[in-house]
Write a protein that binds this ligand. Sequence first.
Ligand code: HEC
Length: 159
Amino acid sequence: MIKNMTLILVSVSLLISTTVSATDLIDYPDGYRLWGHVKSMTIHKGHPLENPFLGIHHVYANQRALAGLKKGSYEDGSIFVFDLLQNKTSDKTSVEGERALIGVMVKDSHRFTKTDGWGYEGWAGNSRNKRLVNDGGLSCHGCHTQQMQHDYIFSQWRD
Ligand code: HEC
């Protein structure tokens, strides 16, 4: 009987811990390369954001995030992806190399209350299991707070 109770308690606590982590984790943004392309930028050696953002990056937005870009505020379900690739420069050209990482921001005002409604995650290289954010997004958000007037987003809409 005691053994059964222990088993039940262990299963219940396992269930609770998986439920909590499952809701906290941000999903990999499958298909983002088919979303709206917002902008691109190259960060060179010596720039303050060189570590870890050295290279060529492209910013992608899903449909809700595109609508938000035009308004300057974002509804829940808006997602941005920061896709960082190595910069290979030769023969007076710069081309994309290997993917270095992707960074993701997801708007959900109920889930991410500690970071003003935005959830942050990153994945190293092309992996879908090497997650980069382990502080609940606080350090990402610390810098994005500069953009408080634009709902924490740096990118702006352009035609
Ligand atoms: C030191 C400042 C800084 C930190 C820390 C930082 N970012 Fe950013 N982030 C920026 C800047 C600047 C841009 C705009 C880049 C551009 O204009 O192309 C940006 C853009 C983005 C975008 C595209 C949406 C937007 O705001 O334009 C995403 C997604 C993103 N960052 C995710 C992250 C994640 C995830 C982390 C933490 C792992 C993080 N960022 C940490 C400065 C920062």
